[in-house]
Design a protein around this ligand. Structure first.
Ligand code: FRU
Length: 490
């Protein structure tokens, strides 16, 4: 084992034990210690689901990237494993960037981006590398890097070439990798291999053409419900209505895919998530055939980790995906239901004042609110409410919007504190499912038609929930077990 990896392992072991019980969210997985960004290597291996992540153990800021490591059997309770890889070779000395994993012949293959600085020119070079292991210990291949930027079409960037997502199809392996084309904006290259080590360029699956941001990071590609689905996280997006916001975003391109000729024909482009904190999602397919996605529950523009915390960065609750009427549908994994500790439901009437409902409180819950647009035009829910601070969830029929607003959650440096999403035009029922886990809110509209994910790092004391509406609505509230992952450590 390299000295760098050994140091990281010793450090995380020591510091993870110092993190107070009850400080982490309950059912969301967090960095073990230090900083976490993108989920990596989300895969099934020997009957368990593994999740790696972009990891800088030594501080709560981004730094030289390692891969942190967890495993789970149900996507809710996570077991920490030691740091899997460290930036300890010439070809990844600047970082082991994002990537993915696949099981083959009883071994676990991690495919990641090695970043290095050219000795002569000082230019950054990104190339794809592989490490193979048994679920805990991984060894980097002697033949690394396995794909370098020269494999891309002429004019492509050699500096931005990263985040391979690998999958298996019969006897072959495929990988999609993000890069920039000669127009300087994103493109997704498709590569093929027989052995995970030797790769050939196949085609460019899709290109940004300067329409959706610039560099396309963290691609994923799969077929689902008869459609080809390409997910990517573009940098430098420019706002368009309520569909896309400024900065780093996430998009889902749905189209037809002719697997024989590797032709993807895009039919639609939409945001994957409309909240303030969602990036770099990655999927796996479970042995029971579910396509499950997990994302980084944070954004590059806001690090709101409270002072004194020794961990920073968490992942979303994994979501089951489908394609329905050309749209990506996302619903929380069903396994969360195994952790409900109590359930109450109410039929509520309009009220001019904020009302509390008995049994509905706390910051670890799964709540569904339903209303008819014809009879209820405004609804405000205040969650995480204490004496002074609260976070608002707002439905406004006239604006046809749903809003998450954390302006009054008590965080003085939270400069971006509210985001709105458009609701369907049609009259009828509106269903909002809200999962809160201490520091985060994940909202799912109409059984997963849209998702809205945001951090709520403001005042941790607030546990009350209030409702105010100008018409009738129904609430079903499940309290979820606290501290499910309260004690992850090594
Ligand atoms: C996305 C990203 C990836 C890169 C990683 C580095 O959030 O920028 O493109 O591999 O983070 O940590």
């Amino acid at each position: 084992m390299s000295q760098k990896l050994q140091e990281a392992r010793e450090y995380e072991k020591k510091v993870s034990r110092e993190i107070p019980r009850g400080q982490r969210p309950s059912f969301h997985v967090t960095s073990l210690v230090g900083w976490a960004n993108d989920p990596n290597g989300f895969s099934e291996f020997q009957g368990k689901y593994h999740l790696f992540y972009q990891y800088h153990p030594y501080s709560v800021q981004w730094g030289p990237m390692h891969w942190g490591h967890y495993q789970t059997q149900d996507f809710v309770k996570w077991e920490a494993l030691p740091c899997a890889i460290a930036p300890d070779t010439v070809y990844d000395q600047e970082g082991c960037f994002s990537g993915s994993a696949v099981e083959w012949q009883g071994k676990h293959y991690l495919m990641y981006t090695g970043v290095r600085k050219d000795e002569v020119t000082g230019e950054i070079r990104q190339a794809q590398c592989v490490a193979v292991g048994d679920g805990v210990e991984y060894e980097k291949l002697a033949g690394n890097p396995v794909i370098s930027g020269e494999a891309l079409p002429a004019g492509s960037s050699l500096e931005d070439f990263r985040d391979p997502k690998i999958w298996r199809e019969g006897d072959l392996f495929y990988a999609v990798v993000g890069s920039r084309s000669d127009d300087t904006s994103g493109q997704i290259g498709l590569f093929v291999s027989k052995d995970v080590e030797h790769w050939e360029f196949v085609t460019i699956l899709d290109r940004c053409r300067n329409e959706y941001g610039k560099m396309w990071e963290c691609p994923d590609f799969f077929q689902l419900d008869g459609k080809g689905v390409l997910l990517t996280s573009p940098q430098d997006m420019v706002a368009e209505g309520l569909e896309f916001h400024n900065g780093n975003g996430t998009i889902c391109l749905i189209g037809s895919y002719d697997g024989e000729n590797h032709r993807f024909i895009r039919e639609s482009v939409a945001a994957i998530d409309y909240g303030m904190d969602f990036y770099a999602p990655q999927t796996l397919e479970t042995s029971d055939g579910r396509r499950i996605m997990i994302g980084w529950l944070q954004s590059w523009d806001n690090n709101m980790t409270p002072p004194g915390y020794q961990w920073s960065g968490m992942m979303t609750l994994p979501r089951e995906l489908h394609v329905r009427e050309g749209k990506l549908i996302q619903t929380p994994v069903k396994e969360i239901e195994n952790y409900y500790t109590s359930t109450v439901s109410y039929d509520c009437q309009a009220s001019e004042n904020f009302q509390r409902l008995e049994g509905i409180q706390g910051r670890v819950f799964d709540m569904t609110v339903e209303l008819e647009k014809e009879t209820c035009g405004n609804l405000e829910i205040r969650v995480a409410a204490g004496e002074r601070f609260y976070t608002q969830l707002l439905y406004k029929r006239d604006a046809n919007q749903f809003i998450t607003d954390r302006t009054y959650s008590g965080l003085c440096r939270d400069y971006l504190s509210s985001r709105a999403m458009e609701l369907p035009e049609e009259p009828g029922k509106l269903k909002l499912r809200v999962l809160m886990d201490r520091y985060s809110l994940e909202v799912f509209l109409n059984d997963g038609e849209k998702a809205m994910t945001s951090l709520v790092f403001g005042s941790p004391e607030g546990e009350e929930i209030y409702f105010k509406a100008d018409g009738p609505f129904q609430v079903e509230f499940h309290e979820i077990q606290r501290d499910i992952n309260g004690e992850v450590s090594l």
